[in-house]
Every structure is written in structure tokens, then in C-alpha cells.
Ligand binder design. Structure first.
Ligand SMILES: O=C(O)CCC(=O)C(=O)O
Length: 381
């Protein structure tokens, strides 16, 4: 397990993650790296974290949202969907949704635009490079941020705000950061994020029902959400058995909606074993993140997962991370607490957890507990 807290809040006002011995950051250029017989040490993961050859399929429920999303949804179909969700979320927090109402064309455009972005020369992509301590921008692996256990991937992350007063955050990001010719890409991702936000609010209704809280409770909690969209690009790797595309972590965010292209790679750690969730182009993979685990007072699980790479094909995935409005206080609803069930985590805001993962801690399986321990030493202002 990685444990990367570098300084307590008392020790330093703006602590940074330890960069180890980074003097000249390594450049992640897979077409060059793949000409070499092996891969740089920084990408080689310790033996106990190296990918396994066999990862049996994880049994995840397929939730058909057609009925629930229709104007005349039947109570029995809703009940069945919330029962399946409750079962999956109490165990590992992963389920699939189909008939989700997002057009195939939009999903395909989002994948195509991703290919257009990653096909650009490195110098162009670097125009939007992710600065230290920030959660948005382009990162070629994490070469400037960490010195070991580097992921074999490139990412572009950007913010989506469900805010009527600034309705085009995504579109504006593409135009401002990359130039007006990126307006068409910006439009695609603006629409994609709006659809993801609406879908996640519907899923929040089901999560509320499944927990015995009102249907509106979590939907209202996530209105005006301040979310993150990430485009993951995993180039082929000559040594896929030595490295990982995304290292093992639990999402610190609230709910993740992932679309994988046709290439396998996503694995979830359940019952002491890595299991695969194979791509299904018609489905989104949904999982609970740490913030929702805290909201549910640990009833629903945020589960360890990772992505493996392969030597044959590149792989792409689109990840929408639902996050609350930055200053909303995360605490479980009264219905989930009683004298036998005490609070598991102190109150916090998403901006505090985000800062923790950007500046003090490399997200892993233990982020929420480490954050909670850290918070108890740092009162909410
Ligand atoms: O690409 C995947 O399948 C997983 C990505 C992921 O876990 C992440 O972006 O946090």
C-alpha cells in the first residue's frame, strides 16, 4: 500500500507530495519507449502490485434504466433496480447501467475527439499541461509529480460545473486553453458532461431509494455539482506485465461513470482477488467513490480498482467523476444514523478532500481513512 503523506498540516502551510529524486523529469513518449527492450524503472511496479495474468470476470449487475427513466416508470421495476444496486454497492460498489438514454453517437464522438486530442504532437498537448497541485489539464503519465510507480497512460482532465451562471465551462476550457479551433471538441465534451451530470443525478435517486433515504435527498445534494471529466489514453506497452495503466486506487470523488472502448483493462479488487469488468459498448460502468462512501456512513463501498495495459492495442476510457459543489458539507443523512451506528467520518467539504489528494496524498485504497485522520487534526474553517 502506498502511503504518501509528507507533512502534517501543522508542519507546513502548503505541503507538497514528495517528488523523490526527480531532477530532470522523464518524458513519457510511448513510441520512443517502445523501441527499447525494457521500460524505465519508474514505470515498473513492485512485485506485489504487478498485474496478474488471469483476472476472472466480476459479477456485476446490469441495471436497465429504461423503465426508471420513463415518465410512467413502474414501482416494481424501480424497486428491483434499487435492490440490485443495494446488493452491489454494499459489496463492492460497482454496477453497469444500460438503456441510460445517452446517444450512441455522442459516446462515439467523445471517443473520436479523444483520439484527435491524443494524436496531436506532444508540444501541442503540453499547451494544457496539468500544473503541480491542480486537478485539471494534460498529464503524460505523472512524470513531473511522482518518481516511482508511474502509470502507463496520458490523461486530459477538465472541470464541469452544473451552474446556470457559468453554463459553458467545458467548451470555454477547450477554446481558452487550446484555441478557437478546438470549439467542436469543447462542444462535444460540454454536451457529454451535461448528459453525465443528469444521468448521475438519476442514479443518485436510485441510490437514495436503495438506502431508504428519500428519492430526492442525494439528487438535491449533487445539484450544482462541480465535477471532473477525464479522458484516459493507454498506449500499447511492450512490457505490460511490469507496469499498470492506472495504479490501484479508490476514487476520492462521489460517483464515477466510465465508458470503456472495446479493449479490456479495468480490474476491481474483490474478495482478495483482481477481477475484470469487460467492455460493453452499450453500458456505462458506475462505481461508488470515497465521498459517497462517507455520505452513506460506510454502508456503500468505494472499492479498489486499477487499469492494466497490453502490448497489442491502445485503450481509451471516458471517466466522469461526480463531485459535490465545493463548499457543500459531506455528512450522512439522519436516516442512516442511530445510537448503534455512529458517524464514521467527520464533516468535510469536497474542496478539502480534493486538496488532500492533490497536495498531500497519492490516492490509494486508504485515502478516506487517511483523510479522516488528517482532518481530526485540522478543524474545518
Ligand atoms: O480506465 C479505466 O478503466 C479506469 C480508469 C480509472 O480508474 C480512473 O481514471 O480513475
Amino acid at each position: 500500500m502506498v502511503s504518501c503523506i509528507t507533512k502534517s498540516p501543522q508542519e507546513e502551510h502548503t505541503p507538497k507530495l514528495d517528488l523523490g529524486n526527480i531532477q530532470t523529469p522523464l518524458i513519457f513518449n510511448p513510441s520512443m519507449l517502445n523501441l527499447q527492450a525494457t521500460i524505465p524503472n519508474q514505470f515498473i511496479w513492485p512485485d506485489d502490485e504487478k498485474p496478474c495474468t488471469e483476472a476472472p470476470e466480476l459479477d456485476v449487475p446490469l441495471i436497465d434504466l429504461q423503465n426508471f427513466l420513463s415518465a410512467s416508470s413502474s414501482p416494481s421495476a424501480t424497486l428491483e433496480a434499487s435492490r440490485l444496486i443495494s446488493e452491489a454497492c454494499s459489496k463492492h460498489g460497482f454496477f453497469l447501467v444500460v438503456n441510460h438514454g445517452i446517444s450512441e453517437e455522442l459516446i462515439s464522438d467523445a471517443h473520436e475527439c479523444m483520439a484527435r486530442f491524443y494524436d496531436m504532437p506532444p508540444s501541442e498537448k503540453q499547451k494544457v499541461h496539468r500544473k503541480p497541485g491542480e486537478s485539471c489539464g494534460y498529464a503524460s503519465s505523472f512524470t513531473g509529480r511522482f518518481s516511482t510507480k508511474l502509470p502507463w497512460k496520458e490523461t486530459l482532465s477538465f472541470r464541469f460545473c452544473d451552474d446556470k451562471n457559468s453554463p459553458n465551462t467545458v467548451q470555454d476550457y477547450f477554446c481558452d486553453a487550446l484555441g478557437h479551433e478546438f470549439l467542436p471538441l469543447g462542444k462535444v465534451y460540454q454536451e457529454y458532461c451535461e448528459e453525465m451530470s443528469s444521468l448521475s443525478l438519476k442514479i443518485m435517486e436510485l441510490l437514495g431509494l436503495s438506502l431508504g433515504v428519500s428519492r430526492d435527498y442525494f439528487r438535491e445534494f449533487f445539484e450544482e455539482n462541480d465535477s471532473i471529466m477525464r479522458l484516459n489514453y493507454y498506449p500499447p506497452c511492450q512490457k505490460p506485465d511490469l507496469t499498470l495503466g492506472t495504479g490501484p486506487h479508490c476514487d476520492p470523488t462521489s460517483l464515477t461513470i466510465l465508458h470503456q472502448d472495446h479493449v479490456n483493462g479495468l480490474q476491481v479488487f474483490v474478495d482478495n482477488q483482481w477481477r475484470s469488468i469487460s467492455p460493453n459498448p452499450k453500458a456505462f460502468v458506475v462505481n461508488i467513490g470515497d465521498t459517497f462512501m462517507a455520505l452513506s456512513n460506510n454502508i456503500y463501498k468505494s472499492c479498489l480498482h486499477r487499469a492494466v495495459v497490453n502490448s497489442q492495442s491502445e485503450r481509451k476510457s471516458l471517466a466522469f467523476f461526480l463531485c459535490p459543489k465545493k463548499d457543500r458539507v459531506v455528512k450522512p443523512p439522519r436516516e442512516l444514523l442511530d445510537s448503534n451506528t455512529p458517524r464514521r467520518y467527520p464533516d468535510f467539504t469536497w474542496s478539502m478532500l480534493l486538496e488532500f489528494t492533490q497536495k498531500h496524498y497519492r490516492a490509494d485504497m486508504n485515502t478516506l481513512q487517511a483523510f479522516s485522520d488528517w482532518l481530526t487534526k485540522k478543524p474545518i474553517k
